[in-house]
Design a protein around this ligand. Structure first.
Ligand code: ADP
Ligand code: GLC
Length: 487
């Protein structure tokens, strides 16, 4: 089967979150099944042209009244899957995927991602390679779905099915409708394609309305988004399209996230060597973060985008966030890596000045994120909502017990601790408040000091979990086949 992925992010080329990991791992898993998968994404300024191969001819992409000219570069993902990079200085020759510290959401994003999606079709034409499935991800790839459905421009794609994956309902891509003429659709599609949203354009809504099949990244999230609390105003639309929607749990790329192979660790380890392995990484993490080196204190790790979705207000909001209380009243250490909202970054730096047991690195670091997973005893993820969440799965595989809110993919991957039997793989709570986070962290810390045999067993249980991509890749192939059946 010929499949084209349309994405704004792809590990290892450009990543702001789990979407990048997911598209990369899914593509490789599909390739392994024998599928002909190709990926198209922008060439951002941060992806050096050296190391990529340039296609000889430029690629013209019509937006509205004029054609944009782009160069196309290629590279192989893990030596296997071809990635095409659309290179356009004005739109992509800047730092940041969706925005920068100075402009959180680039004002010309509709044009940038129109170039990506229209460019994807033009590229296939140029290569004389018409895929059977175009699989687009999140609002930034969503335009590919109505372009395919209405086919005003791209008539030769009449047998191609559109599959759309929702990674996060919280980001919809809503802009003034003045941009609409530059998306490649005629005005009579403004309503028909689902773009219209209170007289603005909504990319995610158009993707959901126009795709032949919809998926999201966990079964629980597939249910949650059909309710007003989690549907971000689109729950009605999702209920209407429920028969086309499936929830497929993301897997983990175990070539990258595997404690027995991980080159970023101070010491690699397996299920049989977990106690010495984790002890060595804990020491390395304490040294690296400037924490007291001791195996007598549990470490809580956090790696996150610092945005409301992740429950950061409940942790760090001045006066009522619970992190100060956790560090001041419990015998714990906290190691945090994160970047995001300014208020939160500066609050974290303030907290660090007051609390020697709280150490943070504000910024992005692939390497430290691996060391935190390996060196921590617990991993805290109190998400307000979590479509899938990858970090709790990385934690389980690294023998680090997740402390999570029971929502979305977290509910599907973590089993709550039962202190009578010792069963479970992590610590869970339902309502997100500073007190519930405080209490659940307290419960985990209590178990670490008082129920060490349970902790040891839970670790092993977590490490034995299987989060491979093989099963998910099969489910996606089934979705593709069903979508094709609809044509
Ligand atoms: P989301 O995509 O909503 O951010 P996920 O849990 O699916 O949540 O994926 C987050 C991914 O981004 C993980 O691979 C995590 O390690 C990584 N990540 C988040 N923040 C940072 C950071 N500051 N430095 C390094 N990696 C990060
Ligand atoms: C989004 C979600 C996250 C999910 C990731 C990959 O960024 O917030 O929960 O794991 O996409 O699908």
């Amino acid at each position: 089967m010929k499949i084209l992925m349309v994405t704004a992010e792809l590990t290892p080329f450009a990543k702001t979150g789990g979407l990048a990991d997911m598209v990369s791992a899914l593509s490789l898993a599909l390739h392994k099944t024998g599928a002909d998968v190709r990926i198209v994404m922008p060439r951002y300024y941060s992806i050096p042209r050296e190391g990529l191969t340039r296609l000889e001819d430029p690629l013209g992409v019509p937006l509205a009244w004029k054609e944009e000219w782009t160069a196309v570069y290629t590279a192989k993902l893990s030596g296997k899957v071809t990635v095409f990079f659309i290179d356009h200085e004005q739109f992509f020759g800047r730092d940041g995927v969706y925005g920068s510290p100075w402009e959180r959401d680039f004002h010309d994003n509709p044009l940038r991602f129109s170039l990506l999606c229209n460019g994807a079709f033009q590229l296939c034409r140029k290569l004389s390679w018409i895929p059977e499935v175009i699989h687009a991800h999140d609002w930034s790839g969503a335009l590919a779905m109505p372009l395919l459905k209405f086919r005003e421009r791209y008539r030769e794609f009449k047998k191609t099915a559109g599959v759309f994956t929702i990674h996060n309902m919280g980001y919809q891509g809503i802009y003034p409708k003045d941009f609409f003429p530059q998306l490649g659709l005629p005005w009579d599609c403004f309503y028909a394609s689902g773009f219209e949203d209170w007289d603005r354009i909504n990319f995610l809504k158009a993707g959901i309305s126009s795709a032949a099949a919809l998926t999201t990244v966990s079964p629980t999230y597939a249910r949650e988004i059909q309710s007003p609390e989690s549907g971000f105003r689109l729950d009605g639309l999702l209920r209407a399209r429920a028969s086309c929607l499936s929830g497929i749990l993301n897997g983990v790329d175990t070539e990258i996230w595997n404690p027995s192979k991980d080159a970023f660790l101070a010491k690699k380890y397996t299920l049989n060597t977990v106690s010495t392995g984790k002890a060595a990484n804990k020491r390395a993490l304490q040294e690296r973060m400037g924490l007291e080196v001791s195996d007598k204190i549990p470490i809580i790790g956090i790696v996150t985008r610092l945005v409301d979705q992740k429950g950061v207000a409940e942790l760090f909001a001045p006066t009522w966030g619970c992190m100060y209380r956790v560090c001041a009243t419990m015998k714990v250490q906290v190691a945090l890596l994160g970047s995001g909202e300014h208020w939160c970054e500066s609050e974290i730096l303030e907290l660090q000045k007051k609390l020697p047991v709280f150490r943070a690195q504000v910024g992005y670091s692939e390497e430290l994120s691996h060391l935190i997973e390996a060196g921590s005893d617990f991993f805290l993820m109190p998400s307000r909502y979590e479509p899938c969440g990858l970090n709790q799965m990385y934690s389980l595989l690294y023998g680090t017990l997740p402390i999570v809110r029971r929502t979305g993919g977290l509910a599907d991957t973590v089993q709550n601790y039962d202190e009578r039997t010792g069963e479970g793989t992590g610590f869970m709570f339902d309502n997100l408040t500073p007190d519930t986070v405080y209490d659940t962290v307290g419960w985990a810390v209590w178990a670490w000091y008082n129920k060490r045999d349970h902790i040891t067993e839970m670790r092993k249980r977590g490490m034995a979990q299987k989060f491979g991509w093989d099963i998910a890749a099969k489910s996606y192939l089934q979705v593709y086949r069903n979508a094709l059946g609809k044509h």
